[in-house]
Write a protein that binds this ligand. Structure first.
Ligand SMILES: Cc1cc2nc3c(=O)[nH]c(=O)nc-3n(C[C@H](O)[C@H](O)[C@H](O)COP(=O)(O)OP(=O)(O)OC[C@H]3O[C@@H](n4cnc5c(N)ncnc54)[C@H](O)[C@@H]3O)c2cc1C
Length: 358
């Protein structure tokens, strides 16, 4: 019987980054992905690496700051190992805040708006600058997959894990509809679906996000990420322009809504009228892994050998490098250097009489 040191359930950016980190430390790793790796939330994301946001919970900030700092090297390494360019851009974001924000969401613009982004419609609204990067999450995830393959991570694609197996109270493997795989360490990185795998203890839920993609008239048409209270606009180096994103409680429904797309289009044209003739290339929806307190679930579970890394909600692309490092440390029994107490799965059942069993 073939065995591995670690089985990672789910081949999104979180599972792939972790598989790679573990492999680089010498572990034999198997990723079990029910579909194709990197085709769910990690395929749908915008790829903003937002380091400073009023929406970031304070306990998450140390991970956000660390991960934002790790991204350039992470992206470079993935590119070297896979030959795929994750399109890391470092031009910053221009933010138009809601009227009367309680505090400025960034610093003063480094130059007049008309110089920074000539395509933006003239307006008198206050605007701020944030120094932050972006990546193309599809390319990043594809690069992570390529790097995994290059470094010898094994994959099983096409069958979902139906159960995490245990033997004498210790995790021992993962069962799919067709077969079982064996390892002493199992990590649930199944994103919005993480709570569906028995024995399920993780209150993850899907939070739908829709996105529209336009073709800019030229590759250098827009430089910065633009954020307003209504939409954000993310340029890619190949000339694609993403407009998004909705935040919806819609279960596992991934259909797009023409009304939402019309709304995105209208907001984009209000901001950048010269996009009027831009071709609509694509629209899509993805399911962010949400949790009741909007914090990720990271670390060991109450079953020895069973770990979890999910619930990254709106920041999973940003948090992938630090999550991989933290989880690789935890799984190999090392101190990860972060206080993981706010992120442990046990926070959802502490005082509640033990983990819910479904
Ligand atoms: C519209 C939108 C915009 C976003 N924008 C940003 C952004 O700008 N910046 C940012 O940092 N984040 C952003 N996010 C969030 C980010 O996409 C997610 O946090 C991140 O992709 C989560 O990665 P993941 O690997 O946990 O999940 P996923 O990418 O969903 O991967 C989970 C994987 O597990 C697999 N799986 C599920 N169940 C099973 C099973 N039983 N057996 C085997 N495999 C299974 C799935 O098929 C999937 O491939 C955005 C998300 C959306 C939807």
């Amino acid at each position: 019987m073939r065995t591995w040191d670690v089985i990672v359930i789910g081949g999104g950016i979180i599972g792939l980054s972790l598989a790679l980190a573990l492999r680089k430390r010498g572990a034999k790793v198997l990723v079990v992905e029910r579909g194709e790796p990197g085709r769910e939330a990690s395929y749908a994301a915008g790829g903003m690496l937002v380091e400073a946001s009023a929406e970031t919970p304070a306990v998450l900030q140390p991970l956000v700051t660390a991960s934002a700092g790790m991204h350039p090297e992470f992206a470079r390494e993935l590119q070297v190992e896979s030959g795929i360019d994750p399109d890391m851009r470092d031009f910053g974001a221009i933010v138009f805040p809601a009227a009367d924000p309680s505090h400025a969401p960034g610093s003063a613009l480094p130059a007049p708006l008309s110089e920074l982004e000539p395509a933006l419609a003239a307006n008198n609204r206050p605007a701020f600058f944030l120094s932050e990067r972006s990546v193309d999450p599809r390319a990043l995830t594809h690069a992570a997959y390529g790097a995994c393959r290059h470094l010898g991570v094994d994959f099983s694609s096409g069958d979902e894990v139906t159960e995490v197996l245990s033997s004498n109270g210790h995790a021992s493997g993962a069962r799919t509809v067709k077969t079982s795989f064996h390892a002493e360490k199992i990590v649930n990185c199944a994103g919005a679906w993480a709570g569906q795998i028995p024995p399920s203890r993780f209150p993850t839920r899907p939070v739908k996000g829709q996105m529209l993609c336009l073709a800019a008239p030229s590759r250098s048409f827009l430089k910065h990420v633009i954020r307003t209270p209504d939409v954000y606009i993310i340029p890619r180096s190949d000339g694609r322009i993403l407009v998004g994103a909705s935040v919806e409680e819609a279960g596992f429904d991934k259909r797009t809504d023409p009304e939402v797309m019309k709304n995105f289009h209208r907001h984009a044209l209000d901001l950048i009228p010269t996009l009027h003739d831009a071709k609509i290339l694509e629209d899509w929806a993805g399911l962010r892994p949400g949790t009741p307190d909007a914090l990720p679930i990271l670390g060991a579970t109450d079953t020895p050998g069973y770990f979890v890394a999910t619930g990254h909600f709106r920041d999973g692309i940003l948090l992938a490098p630090v999550t991989a490092q933290i989880m690789a440390d935890v799984i190999s029994g090392r101190d990860c250097g972060f206080d993981l107490a706010p992120f442990l799965a046990s926070r959802f059942w502490l005082g509640g009489g033990g983990p819910p069993v479904r």
